[in-house]
Write a protein that binds this ligand. Structure first.
Ligand code: NAP
Length: 321
């Protein structure tokens, strides 16, 4: 459909992690002809993951990027179109929704937001200054630079455990620094860390500052139990302290909660008619690839039903909905 020479898409999906790509597979099979604005860096967090062991259907495990490439190929096979750019602004105030990237405007009747989340930072002195020069949020991407070096990982969740273990492939020693005395990571991940002789666990400790010259040389840490500050000599600092939702581009277009996550009802509907949401940008609790995919499926089916209610012809037989 075109208005004033502008192409109006039936459905635009913003984001290309498991949530966005699953939504696109369902929507393209239903012949909605979705457009995915995939981001400059497509694929989401799994592109920075090593082995995914808990995605059903892969008893031997699957590499994160391999899984995302398969989803991408599956989506393309059913006719999804892709734009590899980031959405920087939206206007959802009219029936036809506007989505703006750095280079182009797009219009759509319905939208699925699946922009996920990005790594949280510590917000301490030196962190930004040494980012890319010893400070990293991705062990998979940067771990190999630390062969025979000493590194520290901050965090107490599954990501921190995974990164600490992964880094022992390269580093001679890995400090795992956590602010509390118990980990929130799953027992199996904790066991792997505790049984790894290259990992030294430092509990009740906060990282206060990153120090160095051209590159990271050390970190200033504070042990809360001993009420003592000390300096730890390291070559690399890996942050694995969770994520923040990617919702900055939405400004006031949609209702967010106090932590910046999109608010939705049980049917993945936002407060804007025709705008749906799925994955880590809404889900603060589960945050798994499989749940993101599940929510992506729900969002596509909801968008499909919504478009049908507006008189758009879709192929409902393509799903069991
Ligand atoms: P997470 O579970 O939210 O853990 C974040 C960790 O960072 C927590 O231990 C938290 O400490 C700590 N933290 C947060 N802010 C901090 C700050 N400002 N300073 C110091 N520490 C801070 O995040 P995640 O580990 O990235 O995991 C996210 C989800 O992905 C989880 O559901 C997890 O199960 C899943 N995941 C699964 C796998 C796997 O199964 N292979 C791998 C990675 C992630 P507190 O504990 O004190 O709050």
């Amino acid at each position: 459909m075109k208005i004033h020479n502008k192409k109006i898409e039936n459905l635009i999906i913003i984001g290309s992690g498991p949530a966005g790509l699953t939504a696109s597979i369902y929507a393209s099979r239903a012949k909605i002809n979705p457009l995915v604005i995939a981001g400059v860096n497509w694929g989401g967090q799994l592109m920075n993951t090593t082995e995914v062991e808990n995605f059903p259907g892969f008893p031997e495990g699957v590499k994160g990027p391999d899984l995302m490439n398969k989803m991408f190929e599956q989506s393309k096979k059913f006719g999804t179109s892709f734009e590899f750019d980031d959405v920087v602004y939206v206007d959802f105030s009219k029936d036809v929704k506007l989505l703006r990237t750095s280079s182009k405007d797009f219009w759509a009747k319905s939208v699925i937001i699946a922009t996920g989340a990005t790594p949280r930072k510590l917000e301490i002195p030196g962190e930004d200054e040494f980012y890319g020069r010893g400070v990293s949020t991705c062990a998979t991407c940067d771990g190999a630079f630390f062969k025979d070096k000493i590194v520290a990982v901050v965090g107490g969740g599954d990501s921190a455990m995974e990164e600490a273990n992964f880094l022992t492939r390269f580093a001679t020693k890995v400090y795992l620094i956590h602010r509390r005395d118990t980990f929130r990571a799953s027992p199996i991940m904790q066991d792997r860390v505790k049984n790894n002789p290259k990992i030294e666990i430092i509990l009740n400790t906060e990282v206060k500052e990153v120090l160095g010259d051209q590159v990271v040389k050390s970190i200033k840490v504070f042990n809360k139990q001993q009420n003592k500050e000390f300096v730890l000599e390291i070559d690399g600092l890996f942050l694995a302290i969770g994520h923040v939702p990617v919702t900055g581009f939405l400004k006031n277009a949609i209702t967010l909660n106090e932590r910046g996550y999109i608010v939705a009802n049980n049917h993945v509907e936002t407060n804007v008619d025709g705008v749906f949401v799925c994955g880590d940008v809404e889900d603060e609790e589960y945050r798994q690839a499989i749940t993101a995919s599940g929510f992506g499926c729900m969002a596509a089916l909801r968008a499909q039903r919504w478009l049908e209610s507006k008189g758009v012809k879709v192929d409902s037989s393509a799903s069991s909905y």
